[in-house]
Write a new protein. Structure first.
Length: 366
């Protein structure tokens, strides 16, 4: 396993146990876990890792998380109007399982290139999405949609595939259950049987005895178990989660910027949601801040030249730079995998991209 040291960096940890902002510091990780986050020079015993990254004129922070994401609609992200699975069924019927693998790979490639390392995906053909997530070293919770008008895609059978092949069997891949408006007794029973989280899309925030439920764009209610995306971003409150859903850019910084503008909340509060609250809400409790013993989840942004230069020294200024400055993503590390290096996504090659473009060409032109 790789020992990684980032030195001489500006670090925004988003940890309650570490200093929030370190102007000149280091991060050391080993075996995919953060070992030390500190100020100044690293101790002598840490100075000889397998991978040494200079953080000079760089901002190091945790990777982002999207708490609600659609991948099958990735090709439609530039079209006008709100897109969702239930309103694009005719398009979904044209997608094959092979198509879905390539759609997921392309969408994950963009998410990774934007510094997003974890996501909840509510979609069809999630067995193929799991394969793409695994191939690109992306952490995903995959929730087939029940009672959402997509029964022809056999969500229960898809869930069985996820449980038999992926859930708790492959690192970084988990299963969940999505429902529309209200969870039936059958869905609640299924969730309890397999200890799965339910993600209710629409409908009011309510109590389901004995089941762990998170509410996505609820028709009524708010709270720590709520996720907002798209049309409800203006209703976001601190401690709630945020998702990309379907939008022209699969960049959580764009989501954070929109929420900050629409709600007049401080960027730090919204960033905290996108980095710390989101992974917890979707089921990754060991991913989030840069903190000892948590999984390495590291995003390095380049501030050596415009648009990042000069990087502020105070917390509010650094947060504003992240949200509004369009700093370039230079490095992304998740666990002990280097996902982005020098601005290039390492887990997807040109060969896969070209295969995806060729495979999806007919869907693009329809």
């Amino acid at each position: 396993m790789v020992k990684v040291l980032v030195s001489n960096a500006t670090i925004m940890t988003f940890s309650m146990k570490e200093k929030m902002l370190i102007n000149e510091g280091f991060v050391f990780s080993d075996d995919g876990r953060v070992v030390v986050v500190g100020s100044g020079e690293p101790p002598e015993e840490l100075k000889y890792p397998e991978l040494l990254l200079t953080g000079k004129e760089r901002l190091v922070m945790p990777g982002f998380s999207s708490a609600f994401t659609n991948l099958s609609l990735y090709l439609l992200r530039y079209r006008e109007g709100l897109r969702d699975l239930s309103s694009d069924i005719e398009y979904l019927k044209k997608i094959t399982r092979v198509d879905m693998y390539f759609l997921a790979a392309m969408a994950f490639a963009e998410l990774i290139s934007r510094g997003v390392t974890t996501a909840l995906v509510v979609d069809v053909y999630l067995d193929e999405v799991a394969r793409a997530a695994h191939d690109l070293s992306f952490n995903a919770v995959l929730a087939p949609p029940f009672n959402c008008g997509l029964e022809e895609f056999a969500p229960e059978a898809e869930l069985r595939l996820l449980l038999s092949r992926w859930h708790e069997k492959v690192e970084g891949i988990k299963a969940g259950i999505a429902v529309c408006d209200e969870a039936s007794e059958k869905v609640v029973s299924l969730a309890k049987e397999h200890n799965l989280r339910i993600f209710q899309v629409g409908g009011p925030v309510s109590d389901y005895e004995g089941a762990e439920v998170v509410f996505v764009n609820p028709s009524k209610g708010s709270g720590k178990n709520v996720i907002r995306w798209g049309p409800q971003l203006s209703e976001w409150k601190p401690e709630e989660g945020l998702g990309v859903g379907v939008r022209p850019s699969y960049d959580m910084r764009d989501v954070v910027r929109e929420v900050s503008y629409k709600t007049s909340r401080h960027p730090i509060d919204v960033l905290y949601s996108a980095i710390v609250r989101n992974p917890v809400l979707i089921g990754f409790k060991d991913v989030g801040p840069l903190e000892r013993n948590l999984k390495t989840n590291l995003l390095m942004l380049n501030a050596s030249e415009p648009p990042g230069w000069p990087l502020p020294k105070n917390l509010g200024g650094v947060a504003k730079a992240v949200v509004e400055g369009n700093l370039r993503v230079e490095t992304v590390i998740l666990d002990d995998e280097i996902l982005v290096d020098g601005g290039e996504t390492m887990t997807i090659g040109n060969d896969l991209i070209n295969k995806a473009k060729k495979r999806l060409a007919s869907l693009v032109h329809e």
